[in-house]
Every structure is written in structure tokens, then in C-alpha cells.
Design a protein around this ligand. Sequence first.
Ligand code: FAD
Ligand code: NAP
Length: 339
Amino acid sequence: MSLQVQVDASLKAYNSFGVEVRASRLAEARTDSDVREALQYSVEQKLPLLVIGGGSNVLLTGDVRALVLRMASRGIRILVDDGERTVVEAEAGEVWHAFVLWTLEQGMSGLENLSLIPGTVGAAPMQNIGAYGVEVKDVFEGLTALDRQTGELREFTLAECAFGYRDSLFKQQPGRWLILRVRFALSRIERLHLEYGPVRQRLSEQGIEQPTAKDVSRAISSIRGEKLPDPAMLGNAGSFFKNPLVSAVHAAQLKRAHPELIGYPQADGQVKLAAGWLIEAAGWKGFREADAGVHRLQSLVLVNYGSATGLQLLALAKRIQADIQQRFAVQLEMEPNVY
Ligand code: FAD
Ligand code: NAP
């Protein structure tokens, strides 16, 4: 067996909240055969298998009695390049932002709006990561996953992934699919998405009137760098709640009571409310109790000031949910995967 398995390992460095919990077993998968060995090990040892990438979308609420498998496979290959359309495949363990920068260096556009999102390529389809008007589904070509129930490899097309807002088949069927590699359809002809106000504003502040995909990536990276806490300095998992979708009637009622409410009408008639606005309006921005808090600049982001436990962070999240329900009759859904 080539898989190196650590016993009773700390997971503090492997979750972006920086929560101190221990895993009964921890291993790193660099190849498909490491993944298969890990599956076999978990069956033999009668231990559940928990797959992680960068740990930037998980909340660990206690010691993990499982074999935690960190995806560390590397490799990027160009499968199609006709001078205009390209298909690029990346291994699950590739660092997402490094991959985005690599595609831009190759003259391929499509991923620029998803710059500086922490984590790995393999986790990107899990919640159909999105930012500034672009989601993974918009550039998705296919992926290869291991069916943990049967041990067989399966290829997924776009239609088979059931991508939704921060959602996918893989998120809906937790523990079934282990994503090994992902394919993206990118373009050598730039079609930029500049709908989000702050992106256009940052580019115009920089005097850039005809931006390239690299300009957009740099602008978004600089906005994110200013607005979001760096997990290396302050533990967090990005947005802790999804933006809730409510009926147009409900949104209109709320708007009458709160004229400053921020909402975006959707194609299906519902309205997407800015969860951050609701939380801030309810007075939670900057709230802190012991080491668990709500970020002082970004009310959607829960933070760990040092020694918060996963349970303390979860309790804070539940208090916020209950308060928003009571004030606005809106149910906030948590975004990170809670274990
Ligand atoms: P992990 O946290 O390790 O895992 C997330 C989930 O995926 C877990 O359930 C895990 O079991 C599963 N998983 C991981 N890898 C695999 C695999 N190979 N196969 C099967 N299952 C797997 N998200 C956005 O959508 N948009 C943003 O703009 C954004 N900004 C963020 C900013 C900050 C500062 C932070 C901390 C987070 C942000 N996130 C954002 C959330 C997070 O970065 C993404 O969800 C990212 O895709 C998580 O990648 P990861 O490798 O860290 O996944
Ligand atoms: P923001 O620009 O302050 O906007 C607040 C919210 O309004 C966002 O959540 C966004 O929804 C929505 N919004 C803004 N302009 C919009 C438009 N033109 N059309 C439709 N919806 C619009 O948001 P932010 O918090 O700084 O984040 C910027 C982007 O990065 C957002 O897309 C956000 O989703 C993403 N982000 C995600 C995470 C995460 O962990 N999931 C963390 C940080 C940032 P959407 O969220 O639906 O885009």
C-alpha cells in the first residue's frame, strides 16, 4: 500500500475556519490509485471516508471519526484547441485560483470572474461555485467521478450534474461521488461578464475602458482582497448563508417596510434577496461572542477570532437564522457543509 495514513491528526490547518478538531485518520490522494486504496482502507477499517479539498467550505463541529482524504492530485491538460474553443481538464487537487491564472496565461477566458475563490478544482462543481455573475456551470464541459457505492468511474455531462444556485447533484447526494477531474469549455475569444457594479467601477477607477479577461481577473482579485477576510489571518468559510429566493409578493411587502432592501428579480419571477443586507439590517454586523463573530465589513461572513469551536460558530449561525426568520419571515440556508 502506498497511501500514507496518519493516526489522530489535527485538522486545524485543513479547514479555513481554523477550527481545532482531530481526525481519527488522515491521508492525501495524489493519484486515482491512492483514492482507491483509501476507499478500500475505509471499508476494511469500518471507518467513513470524508473527502476534502482546501477545507474552505466546511464547518467541522467536533472530532471527525473518519478517514479524511485530502485531494492533492495535480495535472492540467488541453484536450481541445481549435484556435477559438478550448477544453481543458484539471485534476481535482489543483488549487482553483492557480488554475484560473494558468488558463488566463494560456489566453483562454471564461474563468476570470471566479478569480481568487479559495479551494480546489474538484470541489468547484460541488456547489457550482459562483461570483460576479458567473458560475461553474457556465463554463462546464464534463467531469469524471468515482461512484463510491459501486467503485466504478462515471462521466458526467452538464445536464447530468443538476447544477443550481450553489447546488449540484454531488451536493444533493453527499458521500456518493468522488470527483477526480473536471473539464472546462473556455474560449480564446473574450466574452466578458461585467454586469456587477463593483467590477465596472473598479475597472473605470483604473482607467481601463476596454478590459481584457486578465484585467477583469485582477480587478476582481483586488476587490475581493479588500472586502473579504483572508482565512490565513482570520478563520472563515466565505459567505455563510445563501442569498434567499422569495416570491415577488413577499419581496414587495418587505420593500414597503424596508425601502433600502436589496433584491434582484429572477427569470422565474422570484426575487433573490441579498442575505448580507438582511443580516446587517438586523444588527449582526460586527457581532462577536467569545471568538465566534460576524465580520465587521461583510455580514455574510462568520469568523473565528482564534479559538471558536465549530459548535459555537454553528450556534451563532442558528441564532442569526432564527432572528432573520422572526424579523423578515425569510429562511436563511447555510452554505458550508457542516460535519
Ligand atoms: P472543501 O471545503 O474541502 O469541500 C467542500 C465540500 O466538497 C465538502 O462537502 C467536501 O466533502 C466536498 N469535496 C471536496 N472535494 C471533493 C471531491 N474531489 N470530490 C467529491 N467531494 C469533494 N464559494 C463560491 O461559490 N463563490 C465565492 O465567491 C466564494 N468565495 C469564498 C471566499 C472565501 C474567503 C472563502 C473562505 C470561501 C469562499 N467560497 C466561495 C467557498 C469555497 O471557496 C468554495 O466552495 C470552494 O469550491 C471550496 O473548495 P475546497 O476545495 O476548499 O472544498
Ligand atoms: P456584493 O457585490 O456586495 O453584492 C451583494 C449581493 O447582491 C451578492 O450576493 C450578489 O448575489 C447580489 N448582486 C450584486 N450585483 C448583482 C447583479 N448585478 N445581479 C444579480 N445579483 C447581484 O457581493 P459580495 O458579497 O461582495 O460578493 C461578490 C460576489 O462574490 C458575489 O457574486 C458573491 O456570490 C461572491 N462571493 C461568494 C462567496 C461565497 O462564499 N459563496 C464569498 C464571497 C463572495 P450573488 O451572490 O448571487 O452573486
